[in-house]
Design a protein around this ligand. Structure first.
Ligand code: Z5A
Ligand code: MG
Length: 227
């Protein structure tokens, strides 16, 4: 890595239909166009055998114990660790649409599961330089196209998922009001991401969850009209 800066690891998170995939794609396009070479990943990544089982579970073809499902989602991230590391080391920015935070927020919303148990299986994965949390109430998300077909797309469940996410907020998170237009949200994200990408230092990435999550961390919530 001598003489060459590592890439940044940036994660886009949020409850269902908050615009993560739309924004993650636009970010990678923008970064690439401005000479900051970047790749896009998405979890669950269903192209592997583990991913295929997850796909079957989400679409209700199979059912498993909730703990087994949680571990499958984690395993899916671990199987992509070498790819993530190799891009970061080569100076390529890695933008990920959902990551360990989805794993914890969704699994811990289920009966009998808790945040601490759910964090364990992702412990040791790289900690992102920046987490962009797209925030929308489940009632607002329900009005968007495509809502309501998958297993978890139920308002009451999404409320618990959002509560869990908010417990994971840390000093590398930015909470963004995702109720604005696609272009307005994109503008806010670009500013934050460019700042992170351009200021990445030579330090190795830290790992999850070694830095203690600061409960009651004062969130940087983007309000309407702020950029
Ligand atoms: N899951 C889990 O349990 N554990 C894990 O470890 C992981 C995931 C990684 C599938 O994920 C499920 O897996 C998910 C969590 C669980 N739960 N469910 N159900 P997924 O990522 O494959 O989910 P998805 O089907 O792609 O939905 P999504 O990611 O929630 O949607 P999105 O990416 O946030 O939104 P979008 O596709 O960009 O946009 C949705 C629609 O809204 C689309 O028509 C857009 O044009 C529109 N849109 C986007 N932005 C806007 C704005 N700003 N205004 C108006 N309309 C907008
Ligand atoms: Mg998506």
């Amino acid at each position: 890595m001598e003489g060459k800066r590592r890439g940044a690891l940036i994660v886009v998170e949020g409850c269902d239909r908050t615009g993560k995939s739309t924004q993650a794609k636009k970010l990678v396009d923008y970064l690439s166009k401005t000479g900051r070479y970047s790749i896009l990943l998405h979890f669950p990544e269903c192209s592997t055998r583990i991913g295929d089982i997850i796909h079957g579970y989400l679409n209700k073809y199979y059912n498993f114990d909730d703990r087994a499902v949680h571990l499958l989602f984690s395993a899916n991230r671990w199987e992509f660790l070498p790819l993530i590391q190799s891009h970061i080391q080569k100076g390529v920015n890695v933008i990920i649409d959902r990551y360990a935070f989805s794993g914890v927020a969704f699994s811990a919303a289920k009966k009998g599961m808790n945040l601490q148990w759910c964090k364990n299986s992702d412990s040791g994965l790289p900690r992102p330089d920046l987490v962009l949390f797209l925030d929308l109430t489940p009632a607002q998300a329900e009005k968007r196209d495509g809502y309501g077909t998958e297993r978890y797309e139920v308002e009451e469940f999404q409320d618990r998922v959002r509560e869990n996410y908010l417990q994971l907020v840390d000093d590398n998170w930015m909470v963004i009001d995702a109720s604005r237009s696609i272009e307005e949200v994109h503008k806010v994200l670009c500013a934050a991401v460019v700042k992170t990408v351009d200021s990445v230092d030579d330090n190795e990435l830290e790992t999850l969850w070694n830095k203690k999550t600061k409960r009651n961390y004062k969130m940087k919530i983007q309000k309407r009209g702020e950029s």
